[in-house]
Design a protein. Structure first.
Length: 285
């Protein structure tokens, strides 16, 4: 027998009809309250019919249960196979992401090492141990710097994200903020607060994306937060910045200070920082 829902429904109808007949003969509304005296007065023919019907239904029930058991096993096996296929696909996608990230890192490291080798070409040409050591140290420094720079290129730093004393759901909050900036929202690899917690202030939030291109796209549109009209939260005071190194932060702070000075000295012009330079232009242009 092949299990079907129609068989189950049919068995239910037949069993209900037989039970109703028995209850009616036993003058009861439920099986547990059957009147034995009433059943003992039944003639031979009705009893034979009840026994035959119940035996037939019991036999059919056993067959349906066996068929249902086989069907459940089949569905379980199929579900396991589907889950395995899904895991394989997810693993393939992760492998593709890893390879992409590895290629980005390799390219960055290769370019940095190439530049460093060129700058040390004159030293490397000298057959001395000190020159050899200097080249190795310089190349290692270039590799470390390139890898650190590549890792930072996939990070965003969010300032002004209010921090509460209760447990916060940073991934959901970051997703809400990014929705105000870009659509579709790029996949986020991780989020965490950085720095020491201080009373009365909110620590910055570091957001790691899968690709540096996504970081650049978010940064290019981050000004949308200033005009955000979110009905539930005020995102206008949140500032999105790249993940800068210590040296880059010092340079940027100097540029910001210079930009503020220009804003006071030349109020008729707009002043902004682009590609490490201050760009000024007339407000009317």
């Amino acid at each position: 027998m092949v299990f079907t829902l129609q068989q189950l429904y049919k068995l239910e109808i037949e069993a209900s009809a037989t039970l109703d007949s028995v209850l009616k003969a036993g003058k009861s509304a439920k099986a547990e309250t059957l009147d034995s005296a009433a059943l003992s007065k039944l003639t031979k023919d009705p009893l034979i019919k009840f026994i035959k019907d119940l035996s037939k239904q019991l036999e059919t029930s056993l067959e349906v249960c066996k068929a249902a058991s086989l069907k459940i096993e089949e569905l379980t096996d199929r579900e396991i196979q589907n889950s395995r296929k899904m895991l394989q696909l997810q693993e393939q996608q992760l492998d593709a992401v890893r390879e992409s990230m590895k290629e980005e890192v390799s390219t960055s490291v290769r370019d940095s090492v190439k530049d460093e080798l060129k700058s040390w070409a004159s030293i490397a040409a000298k057959p001395s141990k000190s020159a050899d050591s200097a080249v190795r140290k310089s190349v290692q420094k270039a590799v470390n710097s390139a890898m650190e720079s590549d890792a930072r290129s996939r990070n965003l730093i969010l300032y002004g994200v209010r921090e509460t004393q209760t447990v916060e759901d940073l991934p959901s909050l970051v997703n809400e903020i990014l929705q105000e900036v870009i659509y579709p929202v790029p996949e986020v690899m991780g989020t965490n607060r950085i720095g020491l917690q201080k009373e009365g202030s909110s620590r910055p939030v570091k957001v790691t994306l899968f690709h540096a291109e996504n970081v650049r796209s978010v940064l290019s549109k981050s000004s949308k937060l200033r005009t955000s009209e979110s009905p539930t939260k005020d995102f206008s005071k949140i500032y999105i910045a790249p993940d800068r190194s210590k040296e880059e932060r010092i340079t940027h702070q100097k540029l910001v200070a210079e930009m503020k000075r220009l804003a006071n000295d030349k109020p008729t012009q707009h002043h902004t920082i682009r590609n490490g330079r201050i760009i000024s232009y007339d407000k009317d242009s």
